[in-house]
Design a protein around this ligand. Structure first.
Ligand SMILES: Nc1ncnc2c1ncn2[C@@H]1O[C@H](COP(=O)(O)OP(=O)(O)OP(=O)(O)O)[C@@H](O)[C@H]1O
Length: 599
């Protein structure tokens, strides 16, 4: 049958067979009936007829994606396909039932298949055996698979699945579902009330949010990964998944990584140091990023910072990203690495998610989630002619959220992060105006505990407390003043060589100003918030005290702001307040392995 021969041709073309385990036996220079039945892994209905019954290409070290043109095989009724124990990646085709309608056995175990299990599999109504275990499949098991009445063997263990196990007519043992981050329900532990997506709106929202976050990443992977080289191709999904989903389950030895960090001089495309960065953040394809930004088209520029130009990137499916393209490789390599080694491994609701990076010859790219409302600076100081209303409650929300992010950075277990560049420019706002700290290019990463005082990163916590962290507190104070006065502290430093002095003069002027009303943003006055604004001002002035030990810690500051913000329905953060206590550092045994890590 010609179609079966073409089917095999397309499979041969689409799979990468680096060890030549099957391709050399698939010789098409033969026209005798039944010649394909002698191909390795091919079984025919009858040995003298070119009609394929099943294909078994397991354990051959094959690479590539699920063979897309396999649908030619459907005419004769291919019933078995075994691609298990290879290195295949990418999604399982969403139209698999059209490709292989007569499948009775599908074995895809131990590969790197990602994305969701296609619902369409439920239309392969003859399926008896379905092995999808040991892959990187995400999302829920489509409940429709439960309708496959003939299914005798089914396993999805060791994937990234979550949500309820569907009801199957043939009950499968728990082994079929183990080692997934969030599967529940028979035969596993019962789902907590709410883990079924439809139980309530709230829970539906939570599941939806997870799906949304994972989908963004997955889609990004599926568009960007196929163009990356060699082994990297298969590593990317794991990096992202580990960062975003399994953080608690699969924590890295962060303190060790502090020591392993690459130095600037050694950073180039294929260096070992670059591969260390790959352990932290996904390495992405230059071609894909370039395409998503319309070849770094001027029209895609959304901002120009000191370190680089920010482009809006649109993936083919419409998802939005922000790409920072560094201006000068040599000057900014250090910032580049610092951003990756700090922000790259942190996930928190008040930090902008850094999704990936790219190093290609002189290009250095950082890829972030797109924050649709831009930076706080853009809102407080719009371009000439633009007027942006910022009500007081919104400013309170932003201040508290940003403080929350900073407390989290200062109080982390394992290592602390000091931002050292806090300003309204580094606070990005998502579509709900949730503030997200960005620009970690100058951040400092410090080990929380000096287990071994000879280690270069060990540092006396008292010294750390009084100098570095209080630097962030000072900058946060300036930020609060900016929120209250709507004056741009940068404008005070731009034209002056003695910038700090000018800034200090401004602060002194504000703190000594006898007339509170003269310094507050006029648009805020008389709205019923005057007393609150005054309380904020007092907190801000505490932060900008000349001596670091006179300033509050970030935690104390956060608590004060949160107490003021209560009136606006902004709940205090129990994780930060009760779990981390009053002190600036925690004893190691107080460290909770599951620190707040939010997508
Ligand atoms: N993830 C993002 N999503 C949406 N817009 C962003 C994002 N990151 C940056 N921007 C926009 O690009 C602008 C420039 O950002 P960028 O971080 O490069 O410069 P900056 O804040 O001026 O800092 P610096 O000068 O220190 O590099 C921001 O003000 C913001 O409007």
């Amino acid at each position: 049958d010609v179609s079966d021969i073409n089917c095999l041709r397309s499979i041969k073309d689409s799979l990468d067979d680096p060890h030549d385990r099957f391709k050399s036996t698939w010789n098409f220079n033969n026209n005798t009936e039944g010649f394909i039945c002698l191909f390795k892994g091919v079984e025919c209905w009858h040995g003298d007829e070119n009609k394929i019954l099943s294909i078994n290409l397991s354990s051959m070290g094959l690479r590539g994606q699920f063979p897309r043109d396999i649908n030619n095989c459907s005419l004769s009724g291919l019933t078995g396909l075994d691609l298990s124990n290879n290195e295949l990646s990418g999604p399982i085709p969403s139209n698999i039932s059209h490709m292989l309608p007569y499948l009775t056995s599908l074995k895809l175990s131990s590969n790197k298949f990602s994305a969701e299990i296609p619902v369409n599999l439920a239309n392969c109504t003859f399926l008896n055996v379905l092995y999808l275990d040991h892959n990187q499949l995400i999302g829920q098991i489509p409940p429709e698979l439960g309708f496959l009445a003939r299914m005798k063997i089914f396993t999805v263990s060791d994937n990234l699945l979550y949500g309820p196990v569907p009801y199957f007519q043939n009950a499968f043992s728990s082994d079929s579902f183990t080692n997934n981050p969030g599967l529940c329900g028979k035969p596993l532990d019962p789902c907590e009330s709410g883990s079924k997506p439809m139980d309530s709106f709230k829970n539906g929202f939570v599941v939806g949010y997870v799906i949304f976050s994972v989908s963004v990443i997955t889609i990004f992977i599926s568009y960007c990964v196929p163009w990356t080289q060699g082994k990297k191709k298969s590593e990317v999904p794991w990096q992202i998944m580990l960062n975003l989903i399994l953080q608690g389950k699969n924590k890295r030895k962060q303190s060790q990584q502090v020591k392993e960090m690459p130095s600037v001089e050694l950073l180039h495309e294929e260096s070992k140091e670059t591969s260390i960065l790959v352990k932290l953040v996904s390495r992405l394809s230059y071609t894909e990023i370039s395409e998503a930004t319309n070849n770094f088209n001027e029209e895609n520029i959304i901002g120009i910072g000191q370190m680089g130009t920010i482009y809006k990137a649109v993936l083919p499916n419409g998802w939005l990203l922000a790409v920072k393209r560094l201006h000068d490789t040599y000057l900014f390599d250090e910032h580049f690495i610092t951003e990756l080694k700090t922000l790259g491994r942190l996930r928190h609701e008040n930090l902008v998610p850094l999704l990936g990076f790219c190093i290609q010859s002189k290009e250095r790219l950082l890829v972030y989630k797109y924050m649709s409302k831009g930076s706080l600076c853009d809102w407080l100081h719009p371009e000439e002619g633009g007027a942006r209303i910022m009500e007081w409650p919104l400013r309170v929300k932003i201040a508290i959220g940003a403080a929350r992010g900073l407390v989290w950075l200062h109080q982390r277990c394992n290592f602390h992060v000091i931002h050292l560049d806090i300003s309204s420019k580094c606070i990005l706002l998502d579509e709900n105006f949730v503030p997200k700290l960005s620009n970690f290019g100058e951040a400092m990463l410090l080990k929380s505990y000096s287990i071994d005082s000879t280690e270069s990163f060990s540092i006396n916590s008292e010294f750390w407390e009084s100098s570095f962290a209080k630097e962030d507190v000072y900058c946060f104070g300036i930020l609060l003043l900016e929120l209250i006065t709507r004056e741009d502290p940068r404008s005070m430093t731009t034209y002056s060589d003695t910038s700090n002095e000018t800034l200090n003069n401004w602060v002194t002027h504000l703190s000594t100003s006898s007339n509170f009303y003269s310094i507050v943003d006029k648009s805020l006055m008389g709205q019923g918030f005057d007393q609150e604004i005054f309380q904020f001002l007092k907190v801000a002035l505490d932060c900008v005290q000349p001596y670091p030990d006179q300033r509050p810690t970030m935690l104390q500051l956060y608590k004060k702001l949160a107490a003021i913000g209560k009136r606006h329905g902004l709940s205090t953060d129990s994780e930060v307040l009760t779990h981390h206590g009053e002190t600036s550092t925690l004893r190691r045994d107080e460290c909770n392995e599951d620190e707040i890590i939010e997508v």
